[in-house]
Design a protein around this ligand. Structure first.
Ligand SMILES: [Zn+2]
Length: 380
């Protein structure tokens, strides 16, 4: 059973991010692990994070939806978690896939505000009143409650609104325009790029400058949320475009293309976005291992065909086959704001904001490998 739990925790880990472009909601991990009524189990369990992540996926009807988890340091030694769970959450902290803070304070609300994301919480808007005005806006606070097919998210204010796709607040946009550096040498979020002279250069995980979480503001100054130290400005942050892979009407994956960091998409690229698992047999035969290379340079998003069979462009998302443009191998084209890249019929890549819904009624669960005991409550 322990082995199965580890597999679930691995599946959950793949859905954790502090990348402002990818996160879809913010959670306080110390709160979520204590939702005992979701499964009727132990006082604290990391598997509840998986239940809540699944609920978010169903809520926005999208596959592979990631969350931004804030972890008060005390959780790393919480005796109600198993030793394995504590070990896993410490590893997540060291790798920067979750954000550890000495005190929670209002960090969850701050992240939600800076990034324009909903908060997954049981707290009612009244409990936050006075701290943030927007907690009364529909869909900004979502509570996970037991439901027939697993937990469902209910809006604390308003009824059932799907949270808007995150737009950073003006302050958030200002903070995210810069790269920040923490003076602490072991800072996974705001650490220096790898110092190749150090014998330990390869041993630390540092968040890429384009994926840095938002700093916390202390007395108006950008500060490291983990170390409480003043951050220094290390220059402009590279621009990013957020793209989605949409296959037969279902959004499978969002990904970021950053300035001068091209991303390859294909059936099974060595490094890049792998589509193979979601393709029909015919599509798998047609689409090359690495099929297209997307690049952002000088604010222009370009696509280059690197495939055997060629790539289609659908200008403005047109479904008219007469308007479809074909790129031959090594041809490059600048993508207009609503142009779609077509790797095969129904297999599309485009800017994420083109699609307001993920188009899937039952997203794949991170709990698929869970021991039946852990989710028995839903199998009755
Ligand atoms: Zn730091």
């Amino acid at each position: 059973m322990r082995f199965e739990v580890s597999k679930v925790l691995d599946a959950i880990e793949a859905r954790l991010t502090t990348d402002p472009a990818l996160a879809r909601a913010v959670v306080d991990l110390s709160e979520v692990v204590r939702y005992a009524d979701l499964d009727g189990g132990r006082p604290a369990s990391m598997l509840r994070l998986g239940l809540v992540i699944d609920a978010l996926g169903r809520h926005v009807a999208e596959e592979n939806v990631p969350v931004y988890a804030v972890v008060p340091r005390s959780l790393l030694s919480d005796a109600d978690l198993t030793s394995n769970e504590r070990m896993v959450v410490r590893r997540w902290a060291d790798d920067g896939v979750v954000e550890v803070v000495p005190q929670l304070d209002d960090r969850v609300l701050e992240v939600a505000e800076l990034l324009g994301l909903p908060v997954l919480t049981r707290s009612r808007a009244e409990q936050f009143r006075g701290q943030r005005a927007w907690v009364d806006e529909p869909g900004r606070l979502l509570a996970a409650v037991p439901g027939a097919g697993g937990p469902v998210l209910v809006a604390r204010v308003g009824r059932g609104e799907v949270p808007p796709v995150g737009e950073p607040s003006p302050m958030g946009a200002k903070l995210l325009a810069r790269v920040w550096r923490c003076p602490e040498s072991n800072c996974s979020s705001f650490g220096a790029a790898v110092d190749s002279d150090s014998p330990f250069a390869d041993m630390r995980t540092f968040t890429s400058p384009v994926a840095q979480p938002p700093p916390t503001l202390r007395a108006g100054a950008p500060t490291c949320p983990r170390h409480g130290t003043r951050l220094t400005d290390a220059g402009p942050r590279p621009a990013v475009e957020l793209l989605s892979v949409r296959i037969d009407g279902v959004i499978r994956q969002r990904f970021v293309v950053a300035e001068d960091q091209p991303v390859v998409v294909g059936r099974a690229p060595e490094n890049g976005i792998m589509l193979g698992q979601w393709l029909t047999e015919d599509a798998r035969k047609w689409i090359s291992r690495g099929h297209v290379r997307l690049a952002l340079s000088g604010g222009e998003l370009t696509v280059r065909d690197i495939s055997t069979n060629g790539t289609g462009i659908r200008p403005g998302g047109s479904t008219d086959d007469d308007e479809r443009i074909t790129l031959a191998r090594d041809e490059t084209r600048t993508l207009g704001p609503t142009d779609l890249v077509e790797l095969y019929a129904g297999v599309h890549v485009g800017r994420a904001k083109m699609w307001s819904t993920g188009g899937v009624s039952q997203p794949a669960s991170v709990m698929a490998e869970a021991p039946t005991m852990a989710i028995r409550k839903f199998e009755r």
